[in-house]
Design a protein around this ligand. Structure first.
Ligand SMILES: Cc1cc2nc3c(=O)[nH]c(=O)nc-3n(C[C@H](O)[C@H](O)[C@H](O)COP(=O)(O)OP(=O)(O)OC[C@H]3O[C@@H](n4cnc5c(N)ncnc54)[C@H](O)[C@@H]3O)c2cc1C
Length: 474
């Protein structure tokens, strides 16, 4: 019988498959998509967030465990499992050597608004190259890879894995790793999770930044079979993206990164949140949700010429005008309302020393909502507007896992069913987001899940304690 069945074809699944194979298990990997679309959301990634105590090849200065943890604590508002989070953080300090062994290459941080050279290691060629390297390595190691193979359900007996079904085909294995992503591609489920707001079905205007294959089929199936659930279905990583982006797979280039350099208004031409609250990497992932609760799930990011060249240019050019009233007319905003908003903002700006790389002293006074940093009047033509929609990256509802990545049923870990990546990301991410932690979570728990699945398949003894897992995975 097959030792380890891995379901999914993204970063977490590939890490699990490689580790299980390296541990001596026979491994089959089932990917729902055709080969051309393999890799799920992972093909869109650019970097992972890494703990390190001193400068390393592509990482500057230090990013110690405690600072990483505090950053996570802040963005999640404490809705995170500290044990699992610290586990993933520590793993991020040791995984890169293993990644390089499997063909992943790193490059210096890209410049732009994300300020990531200290905290994040960028993949040369992006996530597509990462996934291609892992697939190549998996093929070379003899992992049996099947494309166009969507698993419909699992056969579980009291939380123990017996087989997976692809249509009527029953595939048995001694252990299984589910790494099939969240349910972000499933628009019906998103609709149900987000419900109505002011009479509008909020999710009907969402765009999906990544793959169309993460339908949450196995997440739903495991929960229906009694797996413990973690996370809120309406919590997710959602950024403000260009309203002209395609429904699926628009990827990174549709993100609009100039929010902190100007103002954002809704369809009524009113501001609704502090655009300068914190550094963009810690705040960009709240803007999808903020826009989701505006009329028509639409926002408009407005900048002037002073912002140009200070942010990653989106793929679509912004609407451009030589005057603010003209800009409002071009994007269909009420000119008077828009000018009232801009005039009030401009009059409230207290400009000190503008510096986008620090939390500077340029702020507004007497304005609601305030803009607390990088506040400069919109006064230099040409002006630009980008219409925004919520771009859903991945959902946080998942199955509960432990330090061994074992899926829990009624508070007890499964002997041979493991989960990694987005399907269990909610254990670490209750809400909010920290740039690069998605790949960290998938890599850490993917590797652990692969090691543990191989152990469950090859060794009938009691599972090893956590420290053993970490040593094996290092
Ligand atoms: C545009 C974009 C940019 C991003 N940038 C970054 C970044 O720079 N850094 C970062 O850390 N994170 C980033 N993320 C988030 C990141 O993609 C994820 O957190 C991480 O890659 C998820 O890995 P995963 O393996 O869990 O899921 P995925 O990579 O989505 O893989 C899930 C896989 O499961 C397969 N699948 C689904 N259902 C089934 C089924 N029933 N049967 C068989 N297979 C199935 C899918 O086809 C897919 O291959 C980004 C996401 C997007 C969309």
């Amino acid at each position: 019988m097959l030792d380890v069945l891995v379901i999914g074809g993204g970063n977490a699944a590939l890490c699990a498959a490689l580790m299980a194979r390296e541990a001596g298990a026979s491994v089959m990997l089932l990917e729902a998509s055709p080969k051309a679309w393999r890799g799920g959301n992972s093909v869109h990634t650019r970097n992972l967030r890494c703990m390190h105590d001193e400068p390393q090849d592509v990482l500057t200065e230090a990013y110690p465990e405690e600072e990483y943890w505090q950053d996570l604590l802040k963005v999640t508002g404490g809705i995170t499992d500290e044990g699992l989070a610290r586990h993933a953080i520590r793993e991020s300090s040791t995984c890169r050597g293993w990644m390089i062994k499997h063909g992943v290459r790193f490059q210096n941080s890209l410049s732009g608004t994300l300020h990531l050279s200290r905290t994040n290691a960028f993949f040369l060629g992006g996530g597509k190259a990462l996934v291609n390297a892992y697939f190549r390595s998996a093929e070379n190691l003899g992992v049996d890879i099947r494309y166009d193979t969507k698993v419909d359900r699992l056969e579980l007996v009291h939380g123990e894995f017996r087989a997976a079904y692809v249509g009527n085909q029953r595939i048995e294995a001694k252990a299984c790793v589910v790494a099939s992503g969240g349910f972000e591609s499933n628009r019906e489920w998103l609709r149900e999770a987000w419900g109505q707001h002011n009479g509008e079905w909020v999710a009907d205007n969402f765009l999906i930044r990544g793959t169309r294959f993460n339908m949450g089929v196995l997440l739903k199936d495991m929960l229906a079979s009694g797996a413990d659930r973690i996370g809120d279905p309406a919590q997710c990583h959602a950024v403000a993206i260009d309203a002209r982006a395609p429904l699926y797979d628009g990827g990174i280039c549709t993100r609009v990164d100039c929010v902190s350099l100007g103002i954002v208004v809704n369809k009524n031409a009113e501001r609704f949140y502090d655009e300068g609250e914190d550094f963009w990497p810690k705040r960009y992932a709240i803007w999808g949700r903020l826009v989701a609760f505006q009329p028509g799930q639409t926002g408009y990011s407005i900048i002037d010429a002073k912002a140009v060249g200070r942010f990653m240019p989106p793929v679509f050019p912004g609407e451009k005008a030589d005057s603010l009233p003209q800009l409002a007319r071009q994007v269909g905003l009420d000119v008077d309302a828009f000018m009232r908003t801009v005039d009030a903002y401009n009059a409230a700006c207290r400009v000190g020393t503008f510096d986008h790389s620090v939390l500077d002293d340029c702020h507004t006074e007497g304005l609601t909502p305030a803009k607390t940093h990088w506040a400069r009047p919109l006064d230099t033509a040409p002006y630009y507007a980008y219409a925004l929609k919520p771009g859903i990256t991945f959902t946080y509802l998942g199955v509960k896992i432990d330090e061994r990545a074992a899926v829990h049923f009624g508070g007890q870990p499964s002997r041979n069913l493991f989960a990694a990546g987005e399907v269990s990301a909610g254990n670490v991410l209750g809400k909010g987001y920290l740039a690069g932690i998605g790949v960290t979570i998938g890599t850490a728990f993917g590797r652990i899940a692969g090691t543990q699945a191989a152990r469950a398949a090859l060794d009938t003894r009691v599972p090893q304690p956590v420290e053993g897992v970490l040593r094996a995975a290092a």
